[in-house]
Design a protein around this ligand. Structure first.
Ligand code: FES
Length: 121
């Protein structure tokens, strides 16, 4: 990951299966821990601003996706692309775990792959 990194949470605060709302550059970002892999996407659904942080995470083949809690649009957590409406996307943010802290890149759209939490780090 290049560029500025911002500490947004302790990894312990977002256990596997969990999510939380964080802020980067004044933007609301939904942070997800899927089996120890962290993903970060913009929190506002482009349909009607549903809070994606409250959505259910689903695994579809190799992909992890979040379903908007309001009307069910489904977003790939890696690319931010909507899997149910081809033209819709949400921004993604690079995630890094270091020494038990979750860091996000401040630039959206620079997805660098999910970060896996190393136990004890
Ligand atoms: S607000 Fe997300 S699908 Fe409608």
């Amino acid at each position: 990951m290049s560029g500025q990194r911002v500490r947004v949470a302790s990894a312990a605060d977002v256990p596997p299966g969990g999510s939380c709302l964080v802020q980067v550059d004044g933007k609301d970002v939904a942070l997800f821990n899927v089996d120890g892999r962290f993903f970060a996407v913009g929190n506002r659904c482009p349909h009607r601003s549903g809070p994606l942080v409250r959505g259910r995470v689903e695994k579809i083949e190799e992909k992890c996706a979040v379903r908007c809690p309001l009307h069910g649009w489904l977003f790939d957590l890696e690319s931010g692309r909507c899997l149910t409406r081809a033209s819709a996307t949400v921004p993604t943010f690079p995630v890094l775990c270091e020494e038990g802290q979750v860091l996000l890149g401040a630039q959206e759209g620079a997805y660098a792959g999910p970060s896996t939490l190393v136990p004890g780090s």
